[in-house]
Design a protein around this ligand. Structure first.
Ligand code: ADP
Ligand code: MG
Length: 317
């Protein structure tokens, strides 16, 4: 009975969201090598180390979730967005927060619509208690949240499920997630078990404000996303701000690299880069007044002088 219910749900979902291009469905194949994966990411303007391209390739190949951990702003969320875009898949995003529960993450019954259905049945005198009891737990009254949406089939291929900032949720939800990710199925008592015909591509990110349980990590392919080295950061900057003067870009990158070497409360990520005057834009780079005060004025000038001196003897970068 459960299996039948599951088939029914999927059967109906199929065909609802066909993505067409010139009247034809779009199919994108997964990358077949590390080089292929690096090229795919590059197509989405993502500058990846070979080690990251390898991790992405293997997780896709093995069909395992990719667990990305690293400081804020190093490009974890962006990977999921770029993969969805370049593979032509739908991006289903589950933003985690404290207190996230099944009703917001998986599904919820639409009580208001169920009530209206009951009232209508009463008003028209068609209220057969038995039938009504099962009717109002029909898929029509189900509000699908990201985890359930990610199990639905799609013509273009399974979606990319981004479970973002998992460290913000609490442990009970993590345990639930572990179960859902182990067999890509969700049980709704009134309907049955819904299983993905093809598992989604799962990307989990964590800013590491707390440790994620080993059990969940074991299910995944793990990768630590580090701050980029100077060359990679320069590449990113050239992609994101091609209009910026070459010399200025190099100075900004070297400056940020130096600042990351300092013992600050929160180091700058990549998102914050802004090739404007340093003192006035430190707020874009640093997020704590103490850090800004430390860097403003003579310290900023000192780092800039160092950067200029280094760049003068290192023209190749
Ligand atoms: N390797 C990279 N290649 C291209 N852009 C990047 C890269 N890393 C970071 N970025 C840029 O930095 C921004 C912040 O990245 P994001 O993925 O939101 O960081 P995180 O999720 O790690 O906090 C992105 O919007 C993207 O433009
Ligand atoms: Mg993020």
């Amino acid at each position: 009975m459960r299996v039948r219910a599951a088939t029914r749900l999927h059967g109906r979902a199929r065909g609802l969201r066909d993505v067409h291009c010139d009247g034809k469905p779009v199919f994108m194949t997964l990358p077949t090598s590390v080089d292929d994966t690096a090229a795919l990411l590059a197509r989405g303007d993502y500058v990846a180390d070979r080690s990251l391209a390898t991790a992405v390739y293997l997780s896709l190949k093995l069909g395992r979730p990719l667990f990305l951990e690293g400081e804020a702003g190093v490009g974890k969320t962006e990977i999921a967005k770029v993969l969805a875009q370049t593979l032509g898949r739908r991006l289903v995003r589950l933003q985690c927060y404290e207190g996230l529960d099944v009703a917001s993450a998986v599904y919820e019954w639409n009580y208001a619509r169920q009530m209206i259905e009951i009232r209508l049945a009463e008003a028209t005198g068609e209220a057969n208690r038995e039938a009504l009891g099962s009717d109002i737990f029909d898929e029509r009254f189900l509000i699908k949240r990201p985890l359930l949406q990610a199990l639905e089939p799609a013509l273009e291929g399974p979606p990319v499920l981004l479970i973002d900032e998992l460290d913000r949720t609490d442990e009970p939800f993590e345990a639930y997630l572990l179960e859902a990710l182990s067999d890509f199925q969700v049980t709704i008592p009134e309907i049955g078990t819904i299983k993905a015909a093809q598992p989604p591509i799962v990307i989990i990110t964590s800013n590491r404000t707390r440790e994620i349980h080993d059990a969940l990590k074991r299910r995944c392919f793990y990768y630590w996303v580090d701050y980029p080295k100077a060359e990679r950061e320069l590449e990113i900057l050239r992609l994101k701000a091609p209009e910026a003067d070459k010399r200025l870009s190099r100075q900004v990158v070297m400056f940020v690299q130096q600042v990351r070497g300092m013992d600050l409360f929160k180091l700058p990520g990549i998102a914050e880069l802004d090739p404007d005057t340093i003192n006035d834009t430190l707020g874009a780079l640093l997020k704590y007044q103490d850090d800004i005060a430390r860097l403003q004025g003579s310290e900023a000038q000192r780092i800039l002088n160092t950067v200029k001196a280094e760049l003068a003897v290192m023209p190749a970068l």
